[in-house]
Design a protein around this ligand. Structure first.
Ligand SMILES: C[S@@+](CC[C@H](N)C(=O)[O-])C[C@H]1O[C@@H](n2cnc3c(N)ncnc32)[C@H](O)[C@@H]1O
Length: 277
């Protein structure tokens, strides 16, 4: 196992061991209601499910990479998908198995390195990653996307929701402002301590990078810029007003010029289609 994979495994094994399975079960049991709210409000759900994709999953074979607490894999199954979920953390598999047992879903959960796992070529309609690719080094990302291209059906679609860093100035300002869980760059000692425990590798998360790497394996690459206004919510205390602000920000974003959305985006939805043969 490479260093990056091990770092992620240790970090997420420890994080998910604190996950309350009951919270995942509760959300799964009222998944329609959960999803209605999350798609309007929470950026990763808003981005991943853009374009009414919740209604495109029924009867489809779906692979999710980096499933985390397993909630999205479970929900895609409840929406009618035949879902396989992979994570490097063994806790994910345990959570999913327990939720399957309690909710009656049938997500296949696998633990380990995706590149070492065997699947039939062109066997998935969708390959999904929610906040996943940016956890890979560039070398690993090449390998993973090559395999994604091989496993997707000709008419299939890969969807990755990832952070976006398209403006060096904005990125620098971002590091200066402390947010819950991450101190300011100006607080040198605390920042170093945070950085030493951060599972993200040093890498390029610009839209240009994702477009370039995508074009190596796919004929079609589409990127939607998300969160140009919503990103301000990190400065607003958590609560009802914060959630209302986020819903408003997502709604008005579609009316803003694309150049602004590109520069100010906090996140992006990356869609790959039609693998090169
Ligand atoms: C930021 S979390 C996102 C989790 C989940 N998708 C979500 O949206 O809440 C990133 C996830 O990717 C997983 N991960 C990181 N590197 C991985 C790898 N090489 N193979 C599989 N999973 C990996 C981590 O264990 C973690 O669960």
């Amino acid at each position: 196992m490479g260093n990056n994979i091990l770092t992620n495994k240790e970090h997420y094994d420890s994080l998910y061991s604190k996950t309350q399975v009951q919270t995942v079960v509760d959300k799964a049991q009222s998944f329609e209601e959960f999803l209605d709210d999350a798609i309007q409000t929470d950026t990763s759900w808003h981005g991943l499910y853009a374009g009414n994709s919740r209604n495109r999953l029924k009867g489809k074979r779906i692979l999710e990479l980096g499933s985390g607490d397993g909630l999205n894999a479970i929900i895609m199954c409840l929406l009618g998908g035949d879902v396989t979920a992979i994570d490097i953390s063994e806790v994910t598999e345990k959570i999913i198995k327990e939720v399957n047992r309690q909710v009656g879903t049938s997500v296949e959960a696998l633990t380990g390195d995706f590149c070492l796992m065997e699947f039939k070529s062109e066997s998935f309609d969708f390959i999904i990653g929610k906040a996943f690719l940016h956890h890979l080094t560039h070398e690993l990302e090449f390998e993973y996307l090559k395999k994604v291209a091989k496993l997707l059906k000709r008419e299939g679609e890969a969807r990755f929701f990832e952070p976006a860093m398209n403006s060096k100035i904005l990125d620098f300002i971002r590091w200066l402002i402390p947010v819950p869980g991450r101190p300011s760059l100006l607080n040198k000692r605390a920042f170093k301590e945070w950085k030493d425990n951060d599972p993200h590798p040093e890498r390029d998360n610009s839209s240009q990078h994702y477009e370039k790497v995508g074009k190596l394996y796919f004929e079609e690459v589409q990127i939607a810029f998300i969160g140009s206004i919503e990103r301000i919510c990190r400065l607003i205390p958590a609560g009802k007003f914060n959630r209302r602000f986020r819903r408003w920000a997502h709604r008005i974003e579609t009316r803003l010029p694309n150049w602004f959305r590109y520069l100010a985006a906090r996140s992006q939805l990356i869609i790959f289609r039609a693998a090169h043969i």
